[in-house]
Ligand binder design. Structure first.
Ligand code: ADP
Length: 268
């Protein structure tokens, strides 16, 4: 009898705990939903005044004959900052879509070797680094959201250019029966072991003082990792200071990801 009583007390205790937990989870869900909606609303709201500012800047630029060199420079700065602001809003909206689980993949059979070539052809003219595409496989089309995969690869190559110190960059595409991997290797400044865990964090930057002068929002790799995950894939980094970095995107063909050969060695 005593055992039964203990059992009843225990199960009552567990039920209370389960109820409290469930209520707490629901509260948390509501808070995070409010937060997502807030970010998304603010981003939308800021779009309109930003468009007005852009238009006003364009009007001034159209009358540049009447402007002093100083005024002209101010108009240029205005244009650059409006561009940055717009890309930040775009990134914030994308993050809030991911947080809300409101991301719809538009997949199509895509040749990732072609995609890598396209991205590199677009970025090569902007960089003094020689960017090589090295296909070790991966010609067979794979069903992906090409816009999102292009965004990941552009981001990785863009970062390799930015932190690559002008050294060559290699984009390799590797494939096996179950997955395709795209690896972007640079021989630039690299990332410290402590920092490498944070590169995918939102707004994280190794050198915070650079954030105001350079482009980029600090959301690039955070979004890239979401883009990879929504394909059931992964995005990982290997890096050492002074030895450059490897960033690898792996996309499964069907279920499961198998191992690839180790990334290009971290030697100068
Ligand atoms: P952003 O480029 O806008 O700063 P990202 O999310 O793309 O944002 O990158 C976050 C940070 O990770 C960068 O600011 C930089 O410090 C570091 N990082 C990314 N790629 C590399 C790389 N290839 N080499 C060294 N550092 C990198």
């Amino acid at each position: 009898v005593q055992n039964d009583e203990h059992f009843d007390m225990l199960s009552e205790g567990f039920n209370d705990m389960a109820d409290t937990l469930q209520a707490r989870i629901q509260e948390l869900d509501e808070v995070s939903e409010m937060q997502q909606r807030f970010v998304s609303d603010v981003s939308h709201e800021l779009r309109t005044p930003l468009t007005t500012i852009r238009l006003a800047g364009e009007v001034l630029q159209g009358q540049k004959d009447g402007l002093s060199p100083g005024q002209l420079r101010a108009v240029e700065v205005l244009g650059t900052q409006v561009d940055r602001f717009e890309s930040l809003l775009g990134d914030l909206l994308e993050i809030s879509r991911y947080d809300a689980g409101r991301v719809l993949l538009e997949t199509e059979p895509t040749n990732l070797v072609h995609l890598a070539h396209e991205v590199v052809e677009g970025l090569q003219p902007l960089s003094s680094s020689l960017i090589e595409v090295r296909p070790l496989g991966g010609y067979a089309p794979i069903d992906v959201d090409a816009r999102r995969i292009r965004r990941i690869v552009s981001n990785l190559v863009g970062n390799a250019i930015e932190h690559g110190e002008g050294n060559p960059i290699v984009v390799s595409i590797d494939s096996n029966a179950s997955a395709i991997a795209i690896t972007v290797r640079d021989w630039g400044i690299g990332i410290s072991p402590v920092d490498v865990d944070h590169v995918f964090d939102r707004f994280w930057r190794a050198d915070p003082s650079r954030k105001r002068t350079l482009g980029g929002t600090g959301l690039g790799l955070a979004i890239a990792r979401e883009d990879a995950a929504v394909h059931g894939g992964t995005l990982e980094a290997w890096s050492r200071p002074g030895m450059g970095s490897n960033f690898r995107l792996t996309i499964p063909r069907a279920d499961g990801i198998s191992a690839f050969m180790s990334p290009l060695p971290l030697v100068p």
